[in-house]
Design a protein around this ligand. Structure first.
Ligand SMILES: CC(C)(COP(=O)(O)OP(=O)(O)OC[C@H]1O[C@@H](n2cnc3c(N)ncnc32)[C@H](O)[C@@H]1OP(=O)(O)O)[C@@H](O)C(=O)NCCC(=O)NCCS
Length: 172
């Protein structure tokens, strides 16, 4: 693990089809217990990435790779609320070897700037399972406000409906 005194430089850019093998490898980690998304095959990942440009054009989803020192180490994205386009929901994941160095916190800062300055979003939400303390801390460290518990919001990987904390930030 790299020293936190000398953290990797984090940047984000739109996800590309060629990111598929890295995303697939990162997402195949069995320790990603609280992520609702599960990708079964590399082909599924490629299909998903192929749709990203059209999802952007339609203002449905804005997905980015997280780069650490130029290498893909995770992803961060925003889903635009279909009924209220001023609301976006941020999601993220990072390769396990980089956890605990503040890298996702920084990636969220970067995507938040995109959302508030370029995407016309004025409310950003982050939801996470209460057990997912690392994800909750990413929201807290970025000054998102806890708004409450969304009961039975989404299914876990086993298909069971679970409660999630709702955190949100408003554009100033
Ligand atoms: C959640 C996740 C993105 C966090 O990424 P990260 O780069 O490690 O996050 P950061 O380092 O920016 O911040 C995490 C903070 O939580 C802390 N943390 C991590 N796991 C923790 C735990 N189980 N209990 C308490 N704190 C924890 C870290 O120490 C860090 O806090 P610190 O900066 O005060 O030390 C990463 O763990 C991940 O990819 N998990 C799997 C996918 C996932 O769950 N995505 C989110 C779905 S809502």
């Amino acid at each position: 693990m790299k020293s936190v005194n000398n953290p990797l430089k984090v940047s984000i850019r739109y996800s590309r089809l060629k990111d598929a093998p890295r995303f697939f490898a990162i997402l195949s980690n069995p320790n990603f217990k609280y992520l609702s998304v599960s990708v079964k095959t590399l082909k599924d990942e490629e299909k998903w990435l192929r749709a990203c440009p059209s999802q952007r054009r339609k203002n449905i989803e804005w997905n980015y790779a997280i780069l650490g020192a130029g290498r893909v180490i995770g992803a961060v994205g925003i889903k635009i609320n279909r009924a209220r386009a001023h609301i976006g929901e941020i999601g993220y994941f990072l390769e396990e070897q980089y956890w605990g160095q503040g890298l996702t916190t920084r990636a969220v800062k970067l995507i938040e700037r995109e959302a508030f300055t370029k995407l016309g979003v004025s409310r950003l939400e982050i939801v996470m399972r209460p057990e997912n303390r690392g994800s909750e801390k990413v929201a807290i460290k970025n000054n998102y406000q806890k708004e409450g518990l969304l009961r039975k919001l989404d299914k876990d990987k086993q298909g069971k409906l679970r409660d999630f904390w709702l955190y949100a930030k408003i554009r100033k």
